[in-house]
Design a protein. Sequence first.
Length: 279
Amino acid sequence: MPESVDAVEMQVALLRLRRTSGLPVAFGGLLSDSHHARIAEVNGARTAALRGLVISSGSGLGGKSMALSRPCAVTDYRSSRHISHEYDTAVAAEGLRSVVAVPVVVRREVRGVLYGALREPLTLGDRTFDAAVAAARDVEQALVVRDEARQLLAASRPEPEAGSGAGAWEDVREAHRELRALMPKVLDPALRDELLAVCGRLASATGTREPGAREVRLAPREIDVLACVAAGATNAVAADRLGLRPETVKGYLRSAMRRLGAHTRLEAVVAARRAGLLP
């Protein structure tokens, strides 16, 4: 799967960086290997000089930030003695002077770098640093979610064989619940589609809709709540897992029960399974 976080979460992070810091230019990219990051997204640039630039660990401001695994900044890029100058041509073409670079770090591993820049040689204050760090954290969280989604997808692909024990079906149901809870956090549409498709396969793992069971359509969040309820979660626990308020969970559950013609939480889970909405 391509590094689509560059095209989705990275864009969101750069927009946030510009909005919260007031910096006119923001750009960044993920590592293509253990020592190089490619600038894939640029926001506010006047030229194409920065796009596609490959940053080596230890080289330039971003490379220094990657190597040290901490934010770094210069007041005037072109004259700074604290960085190497392999990328001066691209920086000069865009007219950048004051620049801050922040590494994207996930589980102590550098995964990318974000930049914010001015076209004037001014000292960057704490507000700018805080905004750049917050934007990098957005990308880090997106990568964590994507990593978890891929792990869950890999673990969910094997289907229980005929005659498998109850434990195997509980694994399927737990995987379904985790995937449903993770899906709203994924911004990458291709990955969300894959998660949705796997959830559909898991939900129908026990077979087709039972004969005589009426067809029921539930909203995605109603299914998310029922998946948590099926795992024994209270409204408060389901709310925590799904990032919702307990009152909101209660509303989704009440709506799902009405659609399913159920009077209790257990009846709702059983009806959802009979309708092929839950594994």
